[in-house]
Design a protein around this ligand. Sequence first.
Ligand code: CP
Length: 323
Amino acid sequence: MRRNGARHLLSMADLDRDDIEQILNLTGSFAEVGERSIPKVPALRGKTIAWLFYEDSTRTRLSFETAARRLSADTMNFSVSSSSVNKGESLRDTIETIAAMGIDGVVVRHRAAGAPQQVADWTDAAVINAGDGWHQHPTQGLLDLYTATSHLGDLDGKHIAIVGDIKHSRVARSNAIGFATMGARVTLVCPPTLLPPSLDGWPVEVTHDLDAVIDELDICYLLRMQLERQKQAVVPTLREYHHEYGLTSARADHLGAEALIMHPGPMNRGVEIAGEVADRPNAVIAEQVANGVSVRMAVLFLLLGAGLEPVDESAVGGGLAVA
Ligand code: CP
């Protein structure tokens, strides 16, 4: 978590079970802040956070921005499409330019795996990985853990299937680690062409048959088919993929009454999930988005405010006072 003396969140692999439990507990407190008539606290007053999004985003960017506003942080908005990146400015020069204006934190999304780690070497600010290529998306993993545990409680021994385009998915990498760290049994479900070249170090089982596991799942976690990252056809047709690996209405009927349907978004309705299934009561996809704000408040507070050491309750109490 530490580099250049600053604290960062670069990968779910940086977090042990105690770290995750601390973040999830704090998320619960910030979720309560979100329910107030004025959902704003002074916890990060005087801190400045920059957004460095080199890839498109709806959920992650908006929820980080909302989280920062609710914590009373100042923000520095940076849009790649209207910046000097278009004149050829490098990532290093860009971060050094932004840092020269004075930032305490930077949230980075980049198409290249490892870009946030590099940024952490070039700045004293806290760096948060908001998604790097196929590699990691740790705040997605945390918000999914918060959503899962708020419904199911302890994940020890729970069976979670991550279904779909595992190969190109940073969410699969973060969530496999996160769910396993919290004691769940994780099964990857996909055609052989959508598995990564190596699963060394992945704490998972693998099957190519969703119907073989669907009845016993506590969570069916679906992934988007990432067509923009695929250089060649990896399934014969999307229709065939839906038939073999999609959560169709018939398959969803096999899930237990308490089982959750999750998806990080954006969804391709009719490909990895039937449109009707995404709207069922046990599909918690909108809840995942809502929890993203509270989890990102907790992460920003811990990295820019309190630190990932055991949180001093009085400091948190002060941080959660009405702004
Ligand atoms: N889940 C997720 O990362 O969504 P966005 O790409 O919209 O941020």
